[in-house]
Design a protein around this ligand. Sequence first.
Ligand code: PGA
Length: 301
Amino acid sequence: MLHLTFRQLSVFEAVARHLSYSRAAQEMHLTQPAVSMQIKQLEDNVGMPLFEQLGKKIYLTEAGRELSHYSRVIAQQLSEAESVLNDLKGLQRGRLKISVASTANYFAPQLLAVFGQRFPTVTVSLDVTNRQALLAQLANNEMDMAIMGQPPEGLDLLAESFMENPLIVIAPINHPLANEKKIPLARLQSETFLVREQGSGTRIAMERFFNQHGIQLQAGMVMSSNEAIKQAVQAGLGLGILSLHTIGLELETKRLKVLDVKGFPIMRHWYVVHRKDKRLSTVAQAFKAFLLTEAKQILGQ
Ligand code: PGA
């Protein structure tokens, strides 16, 4: 049985690669006598010479050539093991900087809670803003990744969908349409709608949908948050079109009603988005994989 150490093997691998004691010594930050000594011990262990010297040059013997094949594979595997372990360290101490569309704020914390339990030493910072601001942040490389609706083409962004995002029509529970079935789209024209601000993904999707169907809505007040729209709808100021993800609590406590309008929900998707050229940290890679494989299930979709 061979008795050799990893140390001897890695010194041998370097000498065999350079065919030079001095270059191997340089690479390994050792003195040349230290390298010669390791090789000598290895040759004693193997019981055969591994190098032969002809003039000033050294060559691998047949035994040396055989061993060199294995030592290369072992050295490669060791360095792979090292980088996996380093990555794991990175994962334990890493930071994650993400930004989410204001609408995604209704489920992102729940996902971060599960991710945080799994990687308790990872520090997360979360910024909540609308779609337009998110695109600007991505352009300026201000965060690891974003959770948002589908970004426009041509921005050198990579967007992968991980969950559906249905947009629905909400009304106060005592609204005359509250209990009607299959309300025709055109019927909405006689209602006033509270709408999100310019730059909101929800607003863009809603405008596109009604344009496609040739319907002109009466826009009432503009509000820059989903929360404000929900309050305003409850107060009877009009109807609203929001992501289903924003009204979980109101449906549970029966403060809002989802209208059964033909053609609804407007089906959008949530995407995890980052720049194509972004070198994701280990933590960011882990979070992205987590979103793509587990988010839907965790949120019970
Ligand atoms: P927003 O979110 O309406 O809060 O901008 C949705 C999206 O990004 O599409």
